[in-house]
Each structure stands twice: as structure tokens, then as C-alpha cells.
Write a protein that binds this ligand. Structure first.
Ligand code: SF4
Length: 231
């Protein structure tokens, strides 16, 4: 059917912009789109060349910056190239090797015990399932998610670190404090195809703008839809 020449042009109506009081389900797609545009290269910043290096770097990253971990692992991975090297290392020497990452007694112990467990129970390989990874010393779901995604291309959950936790709370995507509950809230809200990258988008934004303790809301691309915005 042809349209008469004097017919009024059809107006394209845009759906109204989400407001900061809208439910998380409505705001999340916008949050994700804007952060993806702001941080197109968001990814894991830890250096590694095999699954056990990925696992050990993640263990060392607790309460430490990725930059410092990379500085330490550059020497560590050269000095201890195999799991056997960690398993038989002098623990006091290993402590000194990881000292700049903080909590060095616990972390060096975790590295050595993990290396021994991998050798004894997993034929010297890092397991590639969540159920097995969380049985390793110093590896909870956050570490397991990071290792699974980065070393095996598997996604079974969402890695919740301190940035992901803070942003999820400030953005009104969860009311929980416990990382496992926050992960469950995010998994229920976010399509699975977006789980892996989401952590890195939140980490980038947390480092650059939504800082702890004081967020830079005036510079934030989410300040019109964030319930915690200070502008
Ligand atoms: S508006 Fe402020 S609190 Fe909300 S995400 Fe942005 S920086 Fe964080």
C-alpha cells in the first residue's frame, strides 16, 4: 500500500531513559553499554603464560595491586618455572620472594601447598572445574572464576573482587555484603554472555572513577542512573 504524499511523517518514539529509581533490570543494559564504550579493552591485567601462573598470580593479587603482582611474578615465574620448584622451595626464601604483595607468610604457604596439591591430586595440572578449583588452598570462587575464564575460556560465575562488590552495591544491583551472594544477584540479573567481561568493566570503572572511599560522580558516565550518585 502506498503512503499518500501529504501523510504526516511517522514520529520515532524513543523509550524513556531509565531513571536512578528504576529497578536494576531496567538500568543494567544501559550500565553495561556505557561501561563497554568507556572501557573497550577491559581485561585481566595480570601477566601469566600458563594456568598455574594464572592461579598463582590471582592468589598473590589479594589485597594487592595488579601492577605490584606483575612486578613480583616477573621474577617469581622465572625463578620457579615448575610446580616442583614451589613444592620443594625453602619457605623462608619463598616468603621473601612474594613479600611486596603483602600477607606474604600466608600467600607463600598457599603457593607451596597448592603446588603440592596439584602434583599429588591433579597430576601436576590446574583443574578446570569450579568444584575442583575451590578445594585448592587460598582459592575461593573469585579466584576460580578468574582462572576458569582466563585459562580455560570457561564461565561458571562472576568474579567478585573489592571493586565489583563496591560498584554492584553503589549501582543498586545488590544489597548484599557477602561476595557469594553478590555473585548470585549479578548472575540472576546479567545475561551469561556478559558474565566474564563484567568483572573487568567494573574493575576498570572502580579504579578510574568510582573509587573507594570517595567516588568521582561528577566525571561518571552513569551519574544519571546511579542511585548513589552525588551529583
Ligand atoms: S555515579 Fe558515583 S557512585 Fe555511581 S557509579 Fe558513578 S562514581 Fe560510582
Amino acid at each position: 500500500m502506498s503512503v499518500p504524499p501529504d501523510a504526516p511523517a511517522l514520529k520515532r518514539t524513543r523509550p524513556p531513559r531509565p531513571r536512578r529509581t528504576d529497578p536494576a533490570e531496567r538500568r543494567f543494559p544501559i550500565i553495561h553499554r556505557r561501561l563497554s564504550r568507556a572501557y573497550p579493552d577491559a581485561r585481566c591485567a595480570l601477566n601469566f603464560s600458563n594456568p598455574h601462573e594464572m592461579l598463582f598470580a590471582t592468589i598473590l593479587s589479594a589485597q594487592c595491586t595488579d601492577a605490584m603482582v606483575n612486578k613480583v611474578t616477573e621474577k617469581l615465574f622465572a625463578k620457579y618455572p615448575t610446580l616442583e620448584d614451589y613444592a620443594s622451595a625453602d619457605i623462608l626464601e619463598l616468603q621473601q620472594d612474594v613479600k611486596p604483595t603483602g600477607f606474604f607468610r600466608q600467600k607463600s604457604k598457599n603457593l607451596q601447598t597448592t603446588a603440592r596439591v596439584l602434583l599429588e591430586r591433579f597430576d601436576g595440572r590446574v583443574p578446570s572445574t569450579m568444584a575442583e578449583l575451590v578445594t585448592l588452598p587460598g582459592a575461593a570462587r573469585k579466584t576460580a572464576n578468574i582462572v576458569l575464564g582466563n585459562s580455560f575460556g570457561k564461565v561458571e560465575g562472576i568474579a567478585v573482587d573489592t571493586h565489583v562488590r563496591r560498584l554492584s552495591q553503589r549501582l543498586g544491583l545488590t544489597v548484599n555484603e557477602d561476595p557469594v551472594k553478590i555473585e548470585q544477584d549479578l548472575m540472576a540479573l546479567v545475561p551469561k554472555s556478559k558474565w566474564f567481561k563484567l568483572s573487568y568493566l567494573f574493575i576498570e570503572h572502580g579504579r578510574a572513577v568510582c573509587k573507594a572511599p570517595v567516588p568521582r560522580c561528577a566525571d561518571c558516565v552513569l551519574n544519571d542512573i546511579c542511585p548513589s550518585s552525588r551529583v
